[in-house]
Design a protein around this ligand. Structure first.
Ligand SMILES: Cc1cc2nc3c(=O)[nH]c(=O)nc-3n(C[C@H](O)[C@H](O)[C@H](O)COP(=O)(O)OP(=O)(O)OC[C@H]3O[C@@H](n4cnc5c(N)ncnc54)[C@H](O)[C@@H]3O)c2cc1C
Length: 463
């Protein structure tokens, strides 16, 4: 058995690392915000290298099989996110792997990897998979390089401007920028997600319609007609916390949350359960993955035994845990829940957001509150204090815990990725110092790339 080593330390000799690559813009993390940032920076004229620890692009928009990217349209029906994020969605739809419905878009998440790959390659953005970033080379107020580990060894990648799209603000933290993080008791839960195939979804639906009393409150779409072939709207069935296998009395359980969500798409089912852990604690992550797998296998066995249509179901894929919330940077501006509810406007707007507040809290507490209208996301919320050439995109931008429940929405992460990529490319022309770039130049470039920075009369300000 391994021993806990407490505060024990060891000194390593000073070391010389090879510089393995150099680019105008270096993006760390090829997830939701990261791949869009890389495409945007390349289309704005920068040389780009994206570094990703997994072996695919798309992050949370593919790995935890997240299907409902939200929200592109506000409560007044205005489309507030377009540009590269919408291009991604329409390309998914053109391939038959998305439903673009005004308030609730749905995608088949595995296909994200393919469309993201196409967009990166067409833009000429380079990428390196299976590569972890574990530190930065800092020089005064600037990051000069990132320290990376992969099967080739340890090296440094130099850049003029860096985009931190790790979701966890890893690069900002390595650079010593200040950040905030909610205590684990109140943090958004992580999810263990699995895909099972071999499901006769028509029979499962028949059963679900006849057994609504056994389902939780979130029974989406089960009464809608289903297309027998091809893509269909995702169907979601949530078993309530006390649901159990009628034969054995055993509760359905994946992770620590005795509530299980089944999302049916074609003949595949996504099984999701949640856990209350600190996602920056490697031991907690390990335990949650291990417990999640055992729970999912047990749960699937229950489904096979009790629900018609599941008899031949088998798990075909498990990615890693889906993480909703960790570090939030302290930026030049920190968005608050009042900004969201008050439809705040900022001169340095680079994205708009209207996604509802979506809380997955300890145990089975789930709260959702729609937002009216939309608010601005200022560039300053993407700029970590004390670092000149680093831009943060995605779920770790500067905001409070309550507003992160909205701002982490996938569509909004795509939009902040677009903004970060454009800003980084323009900053690279000024040796990376983002704060020296004229904000109007960033806004005009974003609008030329079809981003929405204002609705109605306000849109004119940014043309
Ligand atoms: C289970 C789950 C369900 C969700 N459902 C919805 C939903 O229905 N609708 C919705 O709108 N939103 C949903 N979300 C939220 C949304 O999908 C995410 O908040 C958003 O995709 C995060 O985008 P991101 O770019 O910040 O991070 P990610 O997409 O997670 O990308 C981060 C990337 O960085 C890489 N990375 C991290 N650290 C390093 C490192 N040190 N070195 C190299 N690479 C690194 C990761 O491998 C990953 O690819 C869900 C989230 C989860 C977890």
């Amino acid at each position: 058995m391994a021993h806990e080593c407490g505060q024990k330390t060891i000194n390593l000799p000073a070391t010389t690392l090879p510089v393995t690559a150099d680019a105008d813009v270096v993006v760390v993390g090829g997830g939701t915000s990261g791949f869009i940032a890389a495409v945007a920076a390349a289309r704005t004229g920068a040389s780009v290298l994206l570094v990703e620890k997994a072996g695919y692009l798309g992050g949370c928009t593919t790995a935890p099989y997240n299907t409902g990217l939200s929200q592109f349209f506000d409560s007044d029906g205005n489309q507030i996110i377009r540009g590269l994020p919408w291009e991604f969605m329409t390309r998914m739809e053109a391939d038959g792997n998305a439903f673009l419905v005004e308030r609730r878009n749905e995608i088949w998440p595995v296909w994200t990897r393919k469309v993201a790959l196409d967009m990166m390659e067409e833009a000429g953005a380079e990428f390196l998979f299976h590569t972890w970033t574990s530190g930065v080379v800092r020089d005064g107020d600037a990051v000069r390089g990132i320290i990376v580990h992969n099967k080739g060894g340890t090296g440094v990648i130099l850049g003029k401007c860096f985009v931190d799209a790790t979701g966890d603000a890893d690069i900002a933290a390595f650079a010593g920028a200040p950040f905030d993080m909610t205590e684990v008791e109140n943090l958004q839960q992580v999810s263990c997600d699995y895909i099972a195939c071999g499901v006769d979804h028509l029979r499962v639906l028949e059963w679900a319609r006849a057994n609504k009393d056994r389902l939780g409150l979130h029974v989406n779409n089960i009464d809608e007609p289903v297309k027998a072939s091809g893509a269909q709207r995702m169907l979601s069935i949530v078993f309530p916390p006390n649901a159990s296998d009628p034969a054995t009395g055993e509760k359905y359980h994946v992770g620590v949350m005795p509530q299980v969500k089944l999302c049916i798409h074609r003949d595949a089912v996504r099984i999701q359960g949640n856990s209350d852990i600190n996602p920056l604690d490697p031991k907690a992550l390990t335990r949650a993955e291990a417990d999640g797998l055992r729970g999912a296998l047990k749960h699937l066995q229950n489904l096979r035994d009790t629900i018609p249509g599941f008899e031949d179901a088998y798990i075909v894929a498990q990615s890693h845990l889906g993480v909703r919330e960790t570090r939030r940077i302290i930026g030049d501006c920190v968005l608050t829940i009042d900004d969201l509810r008050g439809n705040a406007r900022f001169d340095d707007v680079v994205a708009l957001n209207c996604r509802g507040l979506d809380y997955h809290l300890k145990g089975t507490v789930f709260k959702y509150e729609g937002l009216k209208g939309h608010h601005d996301v200022p560039l300053r919320a993407l700029l970590p204090r004390n670092v000149e050439n680093l831009i943060v995109a995605g779920r770790s931008i500067a905001c409070d815990h309550l507003s992160q429940a909205s701002l982490r929405g996938a569509a909004t992460c795509l939009a902040t990725g677009h903004a970060a990529g454009v800003a980084a490319a323009l900053a690279a022309e000024k040796e990376g110092t983002v704060r020296e770039v004229n904000i109007r130049e960033i806004q005009k470039t974003l609008v030329r790339q079809d981003a929405v920075l204002g609705v109605g009369e306000r849109a004119r300000l940014f043309e």
